[in-house]
Design a binder for this molecule. Structure first.
Ligand code: G3I
Length: 380
C-alpha cells in the first residue's frame, strides 16, 4: 500500500519474496528462450526458398511463364515468382495477336508490364514468340500478302518488338513449332506457304539484324525423347548453321505427361549442343490424369527432378522454365480436359513436391559451365 520512498527503502523479507519469485521465473524464461534459439531448429523453411540461389550457383536460369493480370495486381502471385525463379517468359502477351492486333497498331501494355516487373526484380527475360501459326491476328492470318509484302510485315513486327526491348530481352523464340504436331514434316503455316521453307533462315537473319545481341531460338515440342521430329529438327538446325544463319539455341518445350517423361532428355539435348547451340527446357509442365492422387503428385517430384537434372548434365543447357506460376493459371485444364496439377504450385499457391524435386536436383553438387549465363543483379 505504501508507495513512499521510505517504504521502498525498508523492504522486509516478507516483501522481497514475490519479487524474487518473479525474477527467478524471468531468468528461467530467458534461459529457455536462449536455449531454444541456439539448439532448436527455426521455423520450417519453405523447401523452394533458396531456388534462385541454387540455380545461380549452377549458372542456369530457372524461369516461369507469367500472365499479365496477376503480375499487376496479385501480390501472392508476384511473390511466388520472385521468391523462386530467376527468369520470366511472357506466356501470351508478346505473341503477335496481342502485340499487333491490327496492322500498325501496337499494344505495349502487357509486354511492358512483364519487362518492367522483370527488371524491377532482377529477372532475366525470354522473348516469346515471333513466328507461330497460332495466336496470329485476323489481318495477318488471312494470308493476303505476297512474299515481298509478308517480308515487310515481318520486318515491321520485328523492328517494333525486338527493337523496343533491345538489350532488355535476352533471348527470343524467333520460330515457334515449325514442324507439324506429329512431325517430321515442316508445318505449312502462313510463312511457309508464302515464303517457302527458307522463311526460317530469313526470319533468323532479320531478327539478328534488328537485335544483334539477342540469342535466337527455335522452340519446339515433341522432340524431348528423340524420334523423327527431333531428327528433322536436328537436320534443320545443322543445315542452318552450315549456311551461317544466326541460330543460337533450341527450346525443348517439355510439356510432359506424368508417367511418360523421357529418360534420355539429356542425351537428346546434347546432340544439339554438340552442334554449338545452347538448349533450354523452355515450357516445362507435367500434367496428371484426373483424379489426381497424392501418390501421383508426390511421384511428379521425381519427374521435375529428372528434368532439371537433365539440364544440369548438359553443359550448354542454359536453363529450365516452367509453364505457368500455379495450377490456377495453367493452360492444361483448358487444353487437356481430364488432366490437371501440372505445375510446382497448387491452386492455393502452396508449393507441391515438384518444387522439392527441383530443389533436390539443384542441391546435388555444382557443375562446370560451358558458357556463363549473363546474370542480372537480383532485387527481390
Ligand atoms: O485473349 C482471350 C481473351 O480475350 C478472352 O477473354 C479469354 C477467355 O478465355 O481467352 C483469351 O484467350 C486465351 C489466350 O490463351 C490468351 O492469349 C485462350 O482462351 C487460350 O486458349 C490461350 O491459350 C494459350 C495457348 O498458348 C494458345 O495457343 C495458353 O494460355 C498458352 O499457355 C499457350 O502457350 C503455348 C506456347 O505459346 C507455345 N508452346 C505451347 C504452349 C501451350 O499451348
Amino acid at each position: 500500500m505504501r508507495k513512499t520512498t521510505e517504504g521502498l527503502g525498508r523492504t522486509t523479507t516478507r516483501g522481497r519474496g514475490p519479487l524474487l519469485a518473479v525474477g527467478a521465473v524471468c531468468v528461467v524464461v530467458l534461459v529457455v528462450a536462449a536455449v531454444a534459439v541456439l539448439v532448436l531448429p527455426g521455423p520450417a523453411e519453405e523447401p523452394g526458398s533458396d531456388l534462385p540461389g541454387l540455380a545461380e550457383s549452377h549458372g542456369i536460369k530457372l524461369g516461369v511463364a507469367v500472365a499479365v493480370d496477376p503480375l499487376r495486381d496479385d501480390s501472392d502471385y508476384q511473390d511466388v515468382v520472385t521468391d523462386h525463379y530467376t527468369a520470366v517468359t511472357a506466356e501470351n502477351t508478346m505473341k503477335w495477336v496481342h502485340v499487333q492486333p491490327e496492322r500498325h497498331e501496337f499494344d505495349w501494355s502487357g509486354p511492358d508490364t512483364v519487362v518492367d516487373f522483370a527488371e524491377k526484380h532482377g529477372l532475366d527475360i525470354r522473348g516469346h514468340t515471333l513466328l507461330w501459326h497460332n495466336q496470329q491476328p485476323e489481318w495477318l492470318a488471312q494470308g493476303f500478302y505476297d512474299a515481298d509484302e509478308l517480308r515487310e510485315v515481318m520486318r515491321e513486327h520485328m523492328e517494333a518488338l525486338l527493337g523496343r526491348y533491345q538489350g532488355r530481352v535476352d533471348s527470343w523464340d524467333v520460330i515457334n513449332e515449325p514442324f507439324e504436331d506429329g512431325g517430321p514434316e515442316l508445318r505449312e503455316n502462313l510463312w511457309y506457304q508464302t515464303l517457302g521453307e527458307d522463311y526460317i533462315a530469313e526470319a533468323l537473319r532479320m531478327a539478328h539484324e534488328v537485335d544483334p545481341q539477342a540469342r535466337l531460338y527455335i522452340n519446339e515440342f515433341g522432340i524431348e525423347g528423340g524420334g523423327d521430329k527431333a531428327d528433322a529438327l536436328y537436320e534443320l538446325a545443322s543445315g542452318l548453321l552450315e549456311q551461317g544463319v544466326p541460330l543460337h539455341g533450341i527450346g525443348f518445350q517439355g510439356h510432359f505427361v506424368h508417367g511418360d517423361v523421357p529418360e534420355d532428355l539429356a542425351e537428346n539435348m546434347r546432340r544439339f549442343t554438340d552442334l554449338g547451340l545452347d538448349v533450354e527446357i523452355s515450357e516445362l509442365d507435367v500434367r496428371i490424369a484426373e483424379p489426381v492422387t497424392d501418390d501421383a503428385v508426390s511421384d511428379q517430384a521425381e519427374e521435375y527432378r529428372r528434368a532439371v537434372e537433365a539440364c544440369l548434365e548438359v553443359s550448354r543447357c542454359v536453363g529450365v522454365s516452367v509453364w505457368g506460376v500455379t495450377d490456377a493459371h495453367s493452360w492444361i485444364p483448358e487444353w487437356f480436359p481430364g488432366y490437371d496439377s501440372a505445375l510446382p504450385f497448387d491452386e492455393d499457391y502452396r508449393s507441391k513436391p515438384a518444387l522439392g524435386g527441383m530443389v533436390d536436383a539443384l542441391s546435388r553438387g555444382r557443375r562446370a559451365r560451358g558458357r556463363p549465363v549473363r546474370r542480372r543483379v537480383r532485387n527481390r
